[in-house]
Design a protein around this ligand. Structure first.
Ligand code: 5GP
Ligand code: SF4
Ligand code: MG
Length: 460
């Protein structure tokens, strides 16, 4: 998901709509905005994409005020229905409160059961609503104290942007799994999942919110609080590989630059003689450029993507997902015929994309097809806010690399090594005792407890 919030400027909601548009890649399923106009909290939520929802003048006219937050949704838990669309909103003793969440809580079910026993009535099936009820049942008074009290009880990944009548609050969980940045626009401040959302409104990037940090934007400016115990940072390494937009800047790294470096490292680790390096668009492009540059093998766009089809992953059923892949890519035949090609993609999840693309390259007359992947094998699901399927559906969980190679029908298949990945992020290697990032989908080492998941396992 993507989150965005502003305190202070005129037409705050219009800035939020623009910010959400730049964060669209983080969630295409639904979007919402809540603002505060000095009296009321106008709000609008809908299923669909930002441009379709907030391109409407009638919708925007109602979202008045100079404080606003917004959310783009990509479901990890909870069904795809309007009642799960964020920002969530609730009326407390202190007044209205809106909350937008990127991440996924790992003990939300357990907390929910306790809260329901105490009489809380849940309106949605999303994990995020737990935070609202924990705030409601808190004995603390102020907005901040209630929020801190609630967050001390939750486990998992969260970057939050919240809003009350006189402030916008940003928080990152103690491990800082999901990103959140602070920007400045004139004398007002902005919070956003990624720097691309600052660029679109012409705001300056100030800094990343730190793991475990809470920032409060109000009429006095920006205040930084440290309400949680310090733990090691566990930023999601997959943000660099795939999820973030390449033109974003994270923790001092250009995402595009990191992807090119991973591609170069891949070329060093798994060199092979070939005629062309071809990216699987769009996500494979930066790594393929890095691979081509390092290996000296020419780069060509051998696959053209139709941009009017949503991301393959978002399609609800396996059948449609497979259809989606065919709708999305086409071979640039003339450049493929008779060539030995190296295909570069960012990841293999179910294997659907790779199977189709390799077949497409062979149909187009490729002499050899070598597949290179700019992440280690994805053999474990994510519980922290990326929508990977359950373990049994992950190709790398079911098969060895050689079995995967046969399955996708490639002449060779190689993945970046784990240390190679860390090297691309300027670390000599992965620190085995205290890994510098979350890399659980590759290693199975989950840095945050999986309370709900463990509970379902002990049931069976
Ligand atoms: P597969 O077809 O193997 O199931 O998925 C691999 C493809 O999905 C890759 O091309 C990769 O770019 C893309 N992908 C990987 N992770 C995600 C994700 O979390 N969301 C979306 N939308 N696509 C993903
Ligand atoms: Fe990111 Fe993978 Fe960790 Fe999920 S499990 S937070 S995708 S590195
Ligand atoms: Mg892709």
């Amino acid at each position: 998901c993507g989150v965005f919030g502003v305190y202070g400027p005129q037409d705050a909601a219009a800035l939020v709509a623009l910010g959400l548009h730049a964060l669209q890649h983080r969630g295409q399923e639904a979007a919402g905005i809540v603002s505060f106009d000095g009296q009321d909290f106008p709000q609008h939520r809908a299923l669909g994409q930002v441009g379709d929802i907030f391109g409407s003048e009638t919708v925007m006219r109602n979202l008045t005020g100079d404080i606003a937050i917004g959310h783009v949704r990509y479901a990890t838990t909870g069904e795809r229905s309007l009642r799960n669309v964020q920002p969530l909103f609730a009326e407390f003793e202190f007044g209205g409160f809106a909350l937008a969440h990127n991440g996924n809580l790992t003990n939300a079910m357990q907390l929910r059961r306790q809260l329901v026993r105490r009489g809380c009535l849940f309106q949605s099936t999303s994990d995020t609503e737990t935070i609202i009820h924990l705030m409601a049942t808190s004995r603390n008074g102020s907005v901040i104290d209630r929020l801190v009290d609630a967050l001390r009880q939750v486990e998992g990944a969260y970057s939050l942007v919240c809003m009350a009548k006189d402030q916008v609050i940003g928080v990152r969980d103690p491990h800082g799994v999901r990103p959140l940045v602070l920007g400045r626009l004139g004398d007002t401040h902005v919070l956003a999942s990624e720097t691309v959302a600052l660029d679109i409104i012409g705001a300056d990037y100030v800094r990343d919110i730190e793991p475990g940090e809470m920032v409060v934007l109000d009429k006095n400016g920006v205040q930084s609080l440290r309400p949680f115990q310090q733990t090691g940072s566990k930023f999601c390494i997959f943000e660099y590989i795939y999820f973030a937009r390449p033109d974003s800047f994270m923790e001092g790294h250009s995402v595009y630059g990191v992807r090119k470096k991973i591609g170069a490292q891949l070329a060093v680790e798994s060199h092979i003689d070939a005629d062309l390096v071809i990216p699987v668009p769009d996500s494979g492009v930066p790594a393929a450029l890095g691979y081509a540059e390092k290996s000296g093998i020419p780069f060509d766009l051998g696959i053209i993507r139709n941009h009017y089809v949503g991301r393959t992953f978002i399609q609800p059923t396996d059948k449609i997902r497979r259809l989606g892949v065919k709708l999305k890519h086409n071979a640039n035949r003339h450049f493929i015929e008779g060539k030995r090609i190296i295909l570069v993609d960012d990841s293999i999840v179910r294997g659907t994309t790779s199977v189709k693309i390799v077949e497409m390259m062979r149909d187009a007359g490729a002499k050899e097809v070598h597949m290179r992947i700019s992440s280690p094998p994805t053999s474990n699901p994510c519980f922290y806010g990326i929508d990977t399927p359950e373990k049994e559906k992950l190709l790398a969980h079911r098969m060895s690399v050689e079995e995967m190679r046969q399955y996708i029908n490639a002449d060779s298949l190689a993945f970046i090594s784990l240390d190679g990945l860390y090297k691309s992020l300027n670390h000599a290697k992965r620190d085995g005792d205290m890994p510098q990032y979350c890399d659980a989908c590759f290693t199975g080492e989950y840095p945050i407890e999986l309370t709900d998941f463990e509970a379902t396992r002990s049931d069976v």
